[in-house]
Write a protein that binds this ligand. Structure first.
Ligand code: MG
Length: 333
């Protein structure tokens, strides 16, 4: 048996174990294609995201099980952003060949575990040799109600801008890990946000079903950049109040230790994987009530959409443009 066949068998074993009979699946992993029957009343969603060793994660501190979970979660976050339900997962895995078998098994265990947690099923995959480092591409196929699917472009002038939870935790966790402090229990919440983020799939579904939201996306590149994407797609600008940003105390403490700016982490840190959405101000109270019923969600209104263009931060009476100030993979510092 070649190494690749072993790897494929290892993936197949986990796909079988995680298949809870998802509706519509005709043929799972093991044929040339997977086959499923889309429900007539739904639209399909598809998203893909790649994690590259040295760019998105560091094997030195990212436990393989959590890395597998994260590769799934960052894609589930895109399904959440549309208000959809995850259905099927595809994995393309590049391995350098220097990794231990236990490392590989832990990675696949974490991946399969997360697929099951998000009520999806692994229906296919591919493996390649990747000499430059581990490469994980996950594709998630989901479904949504065509009348309720949430686009970025639906924002209206005057909408309140909301986030689904705290900002800056993952950026703090990353910096803590970089400094070799990740094992210190006082940073657990931040380190977990970096290593093992949770996608707000249930929140996205509830928001979509309630019909309270005009535009929605998930926060992957930082609020400054992602809000600029949403506002631009809606043909509008946005204004955010610095004092309303949900920056947890642990982020402020980590920023002091790392001599960093907690506001910069909240605006530009990236990888928060919270939902960002807009809704008419008349829905403010209904949204606060809905948020209180969803475990893990903490809905905070942080600003508004405005006519014009640009994203502006109001901070102690000063107003400055912050649009697209987030993490950019292709930016040279
Ligand atoms: Mg996204």
């Amino acid at each position: 048996m070649t190494a690749e066949r072993e790897l494929i068998a290892a993936i197949q074993r986990r796909a079988g174990a995680a298949a809870p009979g998802v509706a519509g699946l005709v043929q799972g992993i093991g044929d040339d294609c997977a086959v499923w029957r889309p429900a007539a009343a739904e639209v399909g969603l598809v998203t893909t995201d790649t994690l590259v060793e040295g760019v998105h994660f560091d094997r030195a501190w990212h436990p393989p099980r959590l890395l597998g979970r994260k590769a799934v979660a960052v894609n589930m976050s895109d399904i959440a952003a549309m208000g959809g339900s995850p259905r099927f997962v595809l994995l393309s895995l590049g391995l350098p060949g220097d990794e231990a078998e236990q490392w590989r098994d832990d990675l696949l265990d974490g991946l399969a575990e997360a697929v099951t947690e998000y009520r999806a099923v692994l229906i296919g995959g591919d493996t390649v040799r990747a000499p430059a480092g581990v490469l994980l591409t996950v594709t998630v196929i989901g479904a949504a109600d065509p009348e309720r699917v949430c686009l970025r472009s639906g924002g209206r002038a005057g909408d309140s801008v909301w986030v689904g939870g705290p900002l800056g935790l993952a950026a703090a966790g990353l910096e803590i890990c970089r400094r070799g402090l990740g094992a210190d229990p006082q940073w657990r919440q931040a380190v977990q946000a970096h290593l093992d983020p949770a996608a707000q799939v249930v929140l996205g579904q509830k928001l979509a079903a309630a019909g309270l939201v005009n535009a929605m996306m998930d926060l992957s590149d930082g609020l400054a950049t992602d809000l600029a994407h949403l506002a631009t797609a809606s043909g509008l600008g946005a204004e955010v109040d610095a004092g309303l940003l949900p920056i947890p105390e642990i982020v402020r403490r980590a920023a002091r230790v790392c001599r960093a700016d907690p506001l910069a982490w909240a605006l530009r840190g990236g990888e928060d994987y919270q939902l960002l959405f807009t809704a008419p101000p008349a829905n403010d109270e209904a949204l606060a009530r809905l948020g209180a019923l969803i475990p893990g969600a903490a809905l905070i209104r942080i600003g508004r959409l405005i006519p014009g263009a640009g994203v502006f931060l109001q901070d102690n009476g000063r107003r400055r443009e912050i649009g697209y100030g987030g993490y950019d993979h292709f930016r040279r510092e």
